[in-house]
Design a protein around this ligand. Structure first.
Ligand SMILES: Cc1ncc(COP(=O)(O)O)c(C=O)c1O
Length: 387
């Protein structure tokens, strides 16, 4: 038996692997502090759940159009206009099974055999794998702490080749928490325009920015950039809806049509009643989003402050998402050794930066209670002292 080549080149998600290991240790009765998960610890707001329950009770249990129910696509179109200054008519919006699925669909629709895709590192670990799955080649641009873990326009230009097809931007970013400013996006956009490079802009952490930092959608900066950009967003992070598996994208019409065709022959439309919950999320009371953001902010400041006070650890203050990326290279251990020892000896689960293309760093998620964060940081301090 032999597998298709595309299946043999993929590596299983390391973040999900560590989370499972931490859960298995917990099941054995070990008191593990886990900072590995990439999902909010809050519950989905009640009005969203109720909308979904009402939809089931009303018998909304059949197939939906593959691109999503019309009222949800319409609400997303209005959201893009009101919040992002983006004109995506409902026909150019595709609802998928999570922003992850939207990313994969976009890459499958646009990237072909041998095409290069530029990805700034540290990156969200699924991007290079998705590019490989599509037959493309990831071209990694290493960003620096000095530059806040952001790719500059010059670095982008230098990574370009005649085979470059796409660049992936993720702001606010996982694992860095970096948020690109409008000026930085304009400079990167200029380079993309000059070479006619598509931009995949993953904006899933849009609602989670701090210190008055504003999220900017690159496609809103000019008509020309709009024509090159696929804007991806979803419900998982802003509305604590990770398990609902709902995300969406807005794209220029030919790309949206191609993505709809791919989806119609793979997963079809998303779960019918879940889409009614998503509609309630967009059109209902938004106060829970701000409440969660404010709580994340308290934890962010606490975690970044404690980590940066540990000798030999350096941290760039994250401005978005719910992660702190810490540089641990001064300990002389690679990121996997650091994380393995921390988990087995001190029972704290964090993710090695090698998973994100940077072996000098480790990622800690603060999507967990302040009590656990305090306890976990006491243990990390003790561990670092022992090194
Ligand atoms: C940068 C980034 N994009 C996309 C996703 C996937 O989100 P969803 O749950 O909507 O598929 C994640 C989840 O961790 C992420 O960190």
């Amino acid at each position: 038996m032999s597998l298709a080549q595309r299946a043999t080149i993929l590596t299983p998600s390391l973040t999900l692997g560590i989370d499972s290991k931490a859960k298995a240790m917990k099941a054995e009765g070990i008191d593990v502090c886990s900072f590995a998960a990439g999902e909010p610890d809050f519950d989905t707001p009640d009005h969203i759940k109720q909308a979904c329950i009402s939809a089931i009770n009303a018998g909304m249990t059949k197939y939906t159009p593959s691109a999503g129910i019309p009222e949800l696509r319409q609400a997303i179109s209005q959201k893009f206009k009101a919040e992002n200054n983006l004109d995506y008519p409902a026909g150019q919006i595709i609802v998928s099974n999570g922003a992850k699925h939207s990313c994969l669909n976009a890459i499958l629709a646009c990237v072909g055999e041998g095409d290069e895709v530029i990805i700034p590192a540290p990156y969200w670990l699924s991007y290079p794998e998705m590019v490989r799955l599509a037959g493309g080649e990831p071209v990694i641009v290493q960003t620096t702490e000095e530059n806040g873990w952001k790719m500059t326009a010059d670095e982008f230009q230098d990574a370009m080749s005649p085979r470059t097809k796409m660049v992936i931007l993720n702001s606010p970013g996982n694992p860095t928490g970096a948020v690109y400013t409008e000026a930085e996006l304009r400079a990167i956009g200029e380079v993309a325009l000059g070479e006619d490079i598509l931009i995949l802009s993953d904006e899933i952490y849009e609602k989670l920015t701090y210190d008055d930092v504003k999220h900017v959608s690159i496609a809103s900066l000019s008509k020309e950039l709009y024509n090159l950009t696929i804007t991806i967003n979803g419900f998982s992070k802003a509305y604590a809806m990770t398990g609902w598996r709902l995300g969406y994208l807005g794209a220029p019409e030919p790309i949206a049509k191609a993505i709809d065709a791919i989806q119609s022959h793979s997963t079809s439309g998303c779960t019918s009643f879940a889409q009614k919950g998503a509609l309630a999320a967009l059109t209902g009371d938004q106060s829970a989003v701000e409440d969660m953001r404010a709580e994340f902010d308290i934890r962010r400041q606490y975690m970044a402050d404690r980590l940066s006070k540990i000798p030999k650890i350096s941290v760039v203050m994250p401005q978005g998402a719910f992660y702190v990326l810490a540089n641990i290279s001064a300990f002389g251990l690679n990121s996997t050794n650091f994380c393995d020892r921390l988990l087995s000896k001190h029972h704290v689960a964090i993710v090695p930066g090698i998973a994100f293309g940077d072996d000098r760093t480790v990622r800690l998620s603060y999507a967990t209670s302040l009590d656990i964060i305090k306890k976990g940081l006491d243990r990390i301090e003790e561990f670092c002292k022992s090194l």
